[in-house]
Design a protein around this ligand. Structure first.
Ligand code: 1GP
Length: 254
């Protein structure tokens, strides 16, 4: 396995693009509301050791209180880029390298499509964090983010609808598309949906939500996902779990 360290001489987006030229990419999601900064740092250290590529930092609820401290602890513990995954305007800290500047495309409330983004944009500019424009599509069952984000959940049986939204994201100039089943979902995004989106767009596809086994990870990658996100499996089974290691290996091995 070729390991390309993130040396902060290029943007995080360029770094991710370089990684994607070599294979598939794994993101480790750390929710600051679900653990102490010390535990988060330990998870980040393990993530780097097992070959994960990026630390995603954020969550749908209550992320702000420990966000700064967690960002600092993670950056001290590992050299992976830290990318914010904000659940709202309070999900921003200067202790990060980039932010997924995302629009929840299938929300029924324009606040989640463009309102929060407008309110958060000046803070991101002031802090000098790199914004990575991303279309976020929440698929059934949707979990907490689907409820909080007032999503008109993408039906699991309608891959072609997801492909329409993803293509619109690409045409709007977004650099990434994220198909999200919701953190801790019973089942990940259907492979048929990932394949339909892969067959329609050219920009990288991120898939997350409910990926708990190496088989899940392998299936979503085989279907066309470029980047796989796992979070809950770390909270359920611990950062040092064998399952986590095998998931990262499965993503890299396909
Ligand atoms: C949630 O897609 C991410 O936003 C990760 O989901 O916690 O189920 O791994 P899990």
């Amino acid at each position: 396995m070729i390991i390309m360290a993130y040396n902060r001489t290029k943007t995080v987006y360029e770094h991710i693009t370089s990684l994607l030229h070599q294979g598939r990419v794994h993101f480790t999601l750390i929710d600051p509301a679900a653990q102490s900064p010390e535990e988060a740092a330990n998870t980040a250290r393990v993530a780097e050791e097992v070959g994960s590529d990026v630390i995603l930092l954020g969550g749908s609820t209550g992320a702000s209180q420990l966000l700064n401290a967690t960002g600092i602890a993670i950056r001290e513990a590992c050299s992976l880029p830290v990318v914010l995954f904000p659940g709202n305007v309070d999900g921003i800290t200067p202790n990060a390298d980039a932010v997924l500047f995302m629009s929840l495309l299938n929300s029924m409330n324009h606040y989640w499509v463009i309102g929060a983004q407008a309110l958060g944009a000046p803070t991101i500019k002031r802090m000098g964090i790199e914004p990575i424009p991303m279309g976020y599509i929440v698929v059934e069952p949707g979990g907490t983010v689907g409820w909080v984000g007032e999503a008109k959940l993408m039906p699991r049986s309608k891959p072609e609808l997801a492909a329409c939204y993803a293509l619109a994201a690409q045409y709007l100039g977004m650099r990434l598309v994220y198909l999200e089943a919701g953190s801790g979902a019973d089942t990940p995004v259907p492979v048929e949906m990932i394949a339909a989106v892969r067959g329609t767009i050219d920009i990288p596809i991120i898939v997350g939500g409910g990926i708990r086994t190496p088989e899940h990870a392998r299936n979503v990658v085989k279907a066309g996902a470029d980047i796989v996100v796992t979070g809950t499996v770390l909270e359920e089974k611990g950062g040092a779990s064998e399952t986590f290691k095998q998931i990262v290996a499965a993503v890299k091995g396909v």
